[in-house]
Design a protein around this ligand. Structure first.
Ligand code: SF4
Length: 192
């Protein structure tokens, strides 16, 4: 019987040279897989790798990643406690938003399998793209669900802003810190 770390490794090993969507041939340096604790109770999901992530091969390591780490620590967790991933695993050219085909292809090949293996108690989506994919509402405005715990196919999902948005709009940081308190409470809720 394989443990979660082995299952994730086996999964990722199949996609190190993936070209199953156009992002595989549009200048990525490497595929950036999810990372963190394979037994995590909390999973954070962003949109896709940026320049720093593409170069280092790890999710959320640039300025947005540093901010995310600070916010994770604000609820008493460490980055090593959680799992951090993205909807698409290859950097879109010029950091553009992934196209619907790219998001649906990559998330069904990788992200939803990561979720199946890790079985987190709560998933925090960062930004519109991740919320739309996880809640299966492609045109949904983030404002309609942000900060409210959603249940979709048995998954507890908390949509909030992406850290990159907070870097552009620092005033929204307080809002996200409050959203993160919902994660903290959810982890204490034995019924989840
Ligand atoms: S984004 Fe995902 S599906 Fe597309 S090439 Fe990269 S790993 Fe493959």
């Amino acid at each position: 019987m394989k443990n979660n770390a082995e299952k994730l490794k086996n999964l990722f090993d199949q996609f190190t040279a993936c070209t199953r969507c156009p992002l595989g041939t549009q200048g990525r340096t490497q595929v950036v897989f999810g990372a963190g604790n394979p037994q995590a109770r909390v999973m954070f999901i962003g949109e896709g790798p940026g320049k720093s992530e593409d170069l280092q091969g790890k999710p959320f390591v640039g300025r947005s990643g540093k901010l995310l780490t600070t916010m994770i620590e604000s609820i008493g967790l460490k980055r090593e406690d959680v799992w951090i991933s993205n909807i698409v695993k290859c950097r879109p050219p010029n950091n553009r938003t992934p196209l619907p085909y790219e998001s649906s292809t990559c998330s069904s090949l990788l992200l939803f399998k990561e979720i199946e293996i890790i079985k987190p108690r709560i998933i925090c989506t960062l930004g519109s793209c991740a919320a739309q994919i996880l809640l299966k509402k492609p045109k949904m405005a983030l404002a309609t669900v942000r900060g409210a715990l959603q249940i979709e196919q048995g998954l507890h999902i908390l949509p909030t802003y992406h850290p990159a948005y907070l870097l552009r709009n620092p005033a929204a940081k307080q809002v996200v810190l409050k959203d993160f308190e919902i994660i903290k409470k959810a982890l204490l809720d034995a019924t989840l």
